[in-house]
Write a protein that binds this ligand. Structure first.
Ligand code: HEM
Length: 420
């Protein structure tokens, strides 16, 4: 049977080589058609991962088929589906794999949502932790590493410089695991669930499909698989391609920096955000990385070189433009489902527990009085004075109206200009 031409980069990545290849010729054809249409010049991530690489269509469980459809772009990676869990110690709860997660997620949500409505420092750290655990995998490391909990379970990993800043969230994961581990949950799932809970708690964040059932691994993943802030675009793009993530997928994932406030890239600017709305999942990260940003916004070198790269720039521009929020949320959810399952070889046996996530918060940013102190955050963004109390309050998700006078006289000028 003739298989349509696959784009060169899919071939170069060995997309056709997996166990059981001759038995899955239909799958190959479907993937070839899909890839040819969508990956004409290798911008979209459509490569199958884990056990989905070799399972035949009729062998796929409901979850296996769903994950495959999401990563191929046939089905959304987001859903609003939500239920209430039965009481924790009830028979009904014990019968349902997801039920205990409803209670764990409730605790996570309380830590991740700040009084201002913005998501907190632990939320941001949880999103980064989910990325750093899963990203410890590449096509060249075989069935080893990935979303396997090793970033917490293998003490060596946290000593690696690129994981600096994740210490507190790792301690929090251990606390949750000690409390809930008796219910049979894995650390790998705890980390990924925390990442998706944190994302939906950040206002405007997508409600990403969340699966459980990943096995844990106590061995450190191979070193050298995480991105460096000082790398060039080619190095970063190749690093992510080796994880099956193509440039447009990388563009979507980078948007997680929309919530971020760096601490260690430039310690003299501790707490300075990567766009002017830290703790909010909006597209200002994209428009401010390729365009103008207030002086306090600190853009990572890696984000600049990637945004300027012709393989990525069109997607930054699309996310920054009209309809960009929905486009980005869709793409991020799809790409995060992929990321959260890197190195997972039992995808077909996972359980979809998305219903335990909190609902998405979709206010119209800047309207409905949300967040109520945005004027003060904007004032802070337009100054360069280093005021640790304000940086820390924003990081904690606290309102900062009561601290803003610390920014005298620059803020008073801003307030007057705004008529406040
Ligand atoms: C080229 C790829 C990337 C590079 C070089 C990079 C680098 C960094 C660096 C240097 C920080 C600041 C750490 C600090 O000083 O506190 C950071 C923060 C962060 N990154 Fe990335 N990152 C990349 C991709 C990603 C991706 C794909 C995600 C998520 C899917 C992500 C999520 C985050 C989050 C949420 C933070 C904020 C963490 C916090 O506030 O504690 N990053 N990243």
């Amino acid at each position: 049977m003739h298989i349509g031409p696959l784009p060169t980069c899919a071939l170069a990545q060995g997309a056709l080589a997996w166990p059981g290849m001759t038995e899955t010729i239909q799958n190959v054809q479907k993937r070839a058609e899909n890839a040819a249409a969508k990956e004409a010049d290798c911008k979209e991530s459509v490569e199958l991962i884990g056990d989905l690489e070799w399972l035949r269509d009729y062998e796929l469980s409901e979850v296996g088929a769903r994950v495959r459809n999401i990563i191929l772009g046939y089905e959304s990676g987001e859903t609003d589906e939500i239920y209430n869990a039965p009481p924790l110690h009830s028979f009904a709860c014990r019968q349902d794999t997801c039920c205990v997660w409803w209670y764990i997620v409730d605790e996570m949500e309380r830590l991740f949502r700040g009084p201002s409505g913005r998501c907190t420092n632990p939320a941001r750290a949880a999103i980064r932790l989910g990325f750093h655990d899963a990203a410890g995998w590449s096509k060249f490391t075989g069935q080893f590493g990935g979303a396997d909990g090793s970033i917490v379970l293998a003490p060596e990993e946290i000593l690696r410089p690129l994981n600096h800043g994740l210490e507190e969230i790792i301690e929090q994961m251990k606390i949750w695991y000690n409390k809930w581990g008796g219910y049979g949950i894995s650390m790998a799932d705890l980390i990924q669930m925390a990442g998706t809970v944190a994302t939906v708690v950040c206002p405007l964040g997508p409600r990403i499909r969340s699966f459980v059932g990943r096995p844990d691994n106590y061995n450190a993943c191979p070193d050298g698989l995480l991105p460096r802030v000082d790398s060039d675009a080619d190095t970063l793009i190749e690093l992510f391609r080796a994880k099956t993530i193509q440039p447009f997928g990388l563009a979507a994932l980078l948007g997680a920096h929309s919530t971020s406030q760096q601490r260690f890239v430039d310690p003299s600017r501790f707490g300075d955000p990567q766009d002017s709305t830290p703790g909010v999942w909006d597209t200002l990260f994209y428009s401010e990385t390729i365009g103008r940003a207030p002086p306090r916004v600190f853009t990572f070198r890696s984000d600049i070189v990637l945004a300027e790269d012709p393989r990525i720039y069109p997607e930054f521009r699309a996310f920054a433009g009209p309809g960009g929020q929905q486009h980005w949320n869709n793409d991020y959810a799809r790409e995060y489902v992929r990321l959260s399952l890197l190195g997972v070889y039992n995808i077909n046996n996972l359980t979809d527990c998305t219903w335990v996530l909190p609902p998405a918060i979709r206010p119209r940013f800047g309207e409905d009085g949300f967040p109520s102190d945005q004027w003060a955050v904007s004032a802070w963004e337009n100054t360069t004075v280093n005021v640790p109390e304000i940086a820390e309050a924003v990081m904690a998700g606290n309102p900062i109206t009561n601290l803003i006078d610390l920014l005298e006289p620059a803020v008073n000028m801003t307030k007057r200009a705004l008529g406040l």
